[in-house]
Design a protein around this ligand. Structure first.
Ligand code: F6R
Length: 366
């Protein structure tokens, strides 16, 4: 049932090209020029009437929501708030009939996410669920559903559910951007061109699996790791740190590149591994200064860059390269090497990768 892989997690990491392709499916017009979300079938009025979008979710799905804020605000120019479901439900949130509530959940059964959805509905919001399980409680509760087509995810650590959530959310942002008139047809087809290439080009990352595995030795005896990034890479840093923590049991923290000097830099000392995500071209120069800040304290820096990078490589100890792509598309690929790195570190520590201690796949208790 593991299809020849040693663990479900590894199998699911390698299933991502297919999962991403299935999730795009017929949501992109045949000529590749625009998004068509038949299950939503929104009008211009459906989008222009949205005052605010409220995204709620837990864990990895929450991290997908953090990236969706960048997607939607940049492409569709609608304000987006992202909140952890267990926080949202108890804070008397500012939600009304002009709010679109988007809940994200792989299982569709997470109790806090379901309760947040019910609370948003009670306050008059329209609702949309992004979930992987057809007929799940959350899919039944929401006004509308956009499924991720990742297939069953067995490993506790979420991988293909996350990347397919990102795909769905990016498609949604493009869809809303066009209906809202904030996105040009050119920009839409340019981003879609790069997105549709992902299932093929992301396989290049698997060609580097041995190199990534070899990086495990830099984590031997290390108990603290930092992930830094700016813009969408900050959201990815959070997901990268969660993946490492949950299966390798190494303490990891994620920081926005610009926040380091506001306190955390004091924790950086000789040999501390820092994973520096520098895939976002518009903030690359700023990331380079942040990398220099940690290098000056003798951190061991692994840079994650797009293919063709010439500058970041000069500042780091070792490099992970992901295929070059549009800024909005590259996070969908850049998480894959981080999933692999966490996986190999966890295996090297002899951990039960598919069932990490104290964790359950679906959290149906508060
Ligand atoms: C982490 C992980 C969890 C889940 C979270 C939400 O790898 O799997 O953080 O993302 O429990 O679960 P769903 O998406 O089923 O609501």
């Amino acid at each position: 049932e593991k299809g020849g892989y040693e663990h479900f997690m590894l199998k699911e990491i390698y299933e991502q090209p297919k999962a991403i392709k299935d999730t795009m499916g017929c949501r992109i017009s045949e000529d590749g020029s625009h998004v068509q979300f038949e299950e939503l079938n929104w009008t211009t009025e459906d989008v222009t009437s949205i005052g605010k979008i409220m995204i709620t979710a837990c864990g990895t799905a929450y991290h997908a929501g953090l990236l969706a804020k960048y997607f939607i605000e940049k492409l569709a120019r609608i304000p987006v708030e992202v909140d952890i479901a267990s926080e949202y439900r108890y804070r008397n949130p500012l939600t009304d009939s002009k709010t679109l509530c988007i809940v994200i959940s792989q299982s569709g059964e997470t109790i806090d996410t379901l309760a947040a959805l019910k609370e948003a509905k009670r306050l008059g919001a329209r609702s949309l669920a992004i979930t992987n399980v057809v007929g799940s409680s959350i899919s039944r509760e929401a006004d509308q559903v956009a499924y991720t087509w990742a297939g069953p995810e067995i490993a506790v650590a979420s991988t293909k559910a996350y990347t397919t959530q990102l795909v769905t959310l990016l498609l949604l942002a493009l869809y809303m951007g066009r209906l809202n008139g904030t996105l040009t047809a050119d920009e839409e087809s340019r981003i879609l061109h790069d997105l549709t290439a992902v299932p093929d080009v992301c396989r290049k990352i698997f060609d580097c699996a041995d190199e990534i595995k070899a990086m495990c030795s830099s984590f031997e005896g290390k108990e603290d790791v930092f992930f830094i990034g700016r813009s969408m890479d900050y959201g990815l840093a959070m997901e990268g740190a969660l993946k490492l923590k949950e299966i390798s049991y190494i303490h990891a923290e994620s920081y926005a590149g610009g926040e380091l000097k506001h306190g955390t830099l004091s924790l950086i000392e000789e040999g501390v591994p820092v994973i520096a995500l520098a895939t976002q071209k518009d903030v690359e120069e700023k990331m380079i200064s942040n990398i220099k800040e940690v290098k000056a304290r003798d951190a061991y820096v692994i840079g994650v860059v797009q293919e063709g990078d010439t500058e970041v490589r000069k500042t780091v100890d070792t490099l992970i390269t992901v295929p070059a792509s549009d800024n909005f598309v590259v996070p969908i690929m850049a998480i894959i090497p981080l999933q692999l790195l966490s996986y190999y570190i966890a295996v090297s520590r002899g951990n039960d990768v598919d069932k990490p201690r104290n964790l359950a796949k679906s959290v149906t208790v508060e």
